[in-house]
Design a protein around this ligand. Structure first.
Ligand SMILES: CC(C)(COP(=O)(O)OP(=O)(O)OC[C@H]1O[C@@H](n2cnc3c(N)ncnc32)[C@H](O)[C@@H]1OP(=O)(O)O)[C@@H](O)C(=O)NCCC(=O)NCCS
Length: 180
């Protein structure tokens, strides 16, 4: 299948991407329990408006979790430890300079996978994939400045500050990484 997902004409699902310690691939039915854990764990959503209810997720997440071009599962030793998503922004911006249609990266990792460099390894591989699929595409990243782990990761990935602004009752940071 060739997905458009507004990202552009990218081949999806991709051939699994193997990094030093991880595999990045499209979601599969076996990911469902870990995905529900990821979306319902409070620490994961501290700076993202709060977790989803586990009961709601058990009811609504399909047996085969949704596949969207640009949505990668990061797998370590055969199990999901997080997700990395590349998508085009649509309507959710509160940034004065952000535009609908910007390519944006987002990431969620289970707390037990924090502090090992896995998120950085997975995001770098996903950004490389995008740079091959859509050369010269700039990518933006939005995060709360209070989210220190996310801020460190953003800078490590090569995002530089475009602006800071107030939204959802907190200071937000938008970084940009030019296409390469
Ligand atoms: C944001 C998030 C992905 C960052 O995870 P993380 O594990 O801190 O990020 P990294 O992969 O860059 O790992 C860095 C840490 O791994 C450590 N590390 C250990 N071994 C490492 C290795 N082999 N290579 C690189 N780093 C390593 C680093 O020293 C660093 O530790 P420190 O934070 O104590 O300094 C994670 O906190 C998360 O999922 N948060 C909830 C979701 C969220 O807020 N997302 C933001 C959406 S905008």
């Amino acid at each position: 299948m060739t997905g458009s997902l507004e990202l552009g004409p990218v081949a999806w699902p991709p051939t699994a991407i193997t990094t030093e310690r991880l595999v990045l691939r499209a979601p599969e039915p076996r990911d469902r329990p870990a995905l529900i854990e990821l979306l319902s764990t409070p620490e994961v959503h501290t700076y993202l408006g709060g977790p989803h209810s586990r009961d709601d997720l058990e009811r609504t997440v399909p047996e085969t979790p949704h596949q969207r071009p640009g949505l990668f599962v990061a797998e370590r030793d055969g199990a999901l430890i997080g997700t990395v998503e590349l998508k085009r922004t649509k309507g959710e911006y509160r940034s004065p300079i952000g535009q609908d249609g910007d390519a944006e990266i987002g990431y969620l990792f289970l707390p037990r996978a924090w502090g090992h460099g896995y998120a950085a390894e997975a995001c770098a591989a996903a950004l490389d994939w995008l740079a091959t699929a859509l050369p010269d595409e700039p990518v933006v990243l939005c995060t709360q400045t209070a989210n220190t782990r996310s801020m460190r990761l953003a800078r490590k990935l090569g995002f530089t500050e475009a602006e800071r602004y107030e939204a959802w009752g907190a200071e937000q940071w938008m970084g940009i990484r030019t296409g390469r």
